[in-house]
Design a protein around this ligand. Structure first.
Ligand SMILES: [Zn+2]
Length: 315
């Protein structure tokens, strides 16, 4: 019998510390005194704010949060002073990608608390990174790399790529609501993952949910063929599948996957496989779900999936 425990409000992370999800979600919201300030995105930042007064206290609310535009301005100021973007840099053209260290659903917080942002930019240097961590209270990690590049492992001929951690802790927690009424929590090291632009994992779960509702799929055995952190497979187990085979080519993903399966209260009903999808030797399963890297040719993958499974979903 499968033991599918409901995710508690308190979850235990890898470090063994207890994380209260509800507290973290609440902390994303502004307090009553938080005041929004918008900075023009297309004008050179130097013409908009006096750099002398733009420090870690500038425009900080008594609750400790600052408006996103102020935080991003502070970050851009340091990048301009560090000479990695032009003197006339604007928020629109020259900002790094700000990723939340704690991400809840599709919420994009406009007020930012301390040590919550992971920054990614191709031209970060060690000096700029050290100033960002030292001077901007909201920054928790600085990663060097291009948002378009593929962190992770594309296929069996390619190496495992990472974004380079220049400073800080790249742990990222993603809490997703699902149509099952239960949250799924994923924890990952952001340096090892590409940036999802097309669709969020939460949207992928909705797509999978709709597929299961609109098609007659036996909830027997399923394969999560390129599982990554395992969100889709975890979802299948929670929605009643007897067994899920999680597969990923990247051994680093397998380690993270094990943590995430455990963290979501799943104790049995699964197998883990660490190989290229095209090398899987499995057949007669009820469902195969594929969440391929962006830009990967899925034609061969679909052919292989159709040999193995009665139903194939490309997310
Ligand atoms: Zn406030």
């Amino acid at each position: 019998m499968k033991a599918l425990l409901h995710l508690n409000d308190n979850i235990k992370t890898r470090g063994g510390f207890i994380l209260n999800i509800d507290d973290k979600i609440k902390a994303l919201e502004p307090c009553e005194k938080c005041q929004d300030i918008q900075i023009k995105k297309f004008s050179p930042l130097r013409e908009l704010i006096d750099f002398e007064i733009l420090n870690g206290e500038y425009m900080k609310c008594e609750c400790g949060k600052r408006p996103l535009d102020i935080v991003m301005s502070h970050i851009l100021k340091i990048m301009i002073e560090g000479g990695i973007v032009p003197e006339k840099a604007t928020l629109r053209r020259n900002s790094p990608v700000p990723l939340s260290g704690f991400y809840y659903s599709s919420l994009n917080p406009q007020f930012i608390g301390e040590e919550t942002l992971i920054l990614l930019h191709p031209d970060f240097t060690a000096d700029v990174a050290s100033r960002l961590i030292g001077d901007v209270p909201e920054v928790k990690c600085v990663l060097k790399g291009s948002p378009q590049s593929t962190a992770g492992q594309l296929d069996k001929t390619s190496d495992i790529n990472h974004f380079e951690i220049l400073e800080g802790d790249d742990t990222q927690i993603n809490v997703m609501r699902t149509l099952l009424g239960e949250k799924i929590v994923l924890i990952k090291n952001q340096s090892k993952h590409h940036i999802e632009v097309a669709m969020t994992t939460e949207e992928k779960l909705v797509r999978l949910h709709n597929y299961l509702n609109n098609n007659d799929v036996k909830k027997g055995i399923a394969i999560d063929g390129m599982c990554g952190l395992g969100a889709l497979g975890i979802y299948l187990l929670k929605s009643g599948f007897e067994k899920v085979i999680f597969n990923d080519i990247n051994p680093e993903m397998i380690e993270a996957l094990k943590d995430n399966i455990e963290m979501n209260g799943i104790c049995e009903g699964y197998e883990i496989s660490n190989q290229a999808f095209e090398d899987l030797e499995i057949d007669n399963v009820d469902l195969c779900v594929i969440d391929a890297f962006p830009g990967v040719d899925v034609e061969e993958i679909v052919k292989k999936a159709e040999e193995m499974a009665g139903n194939v979903v490309i997310i």
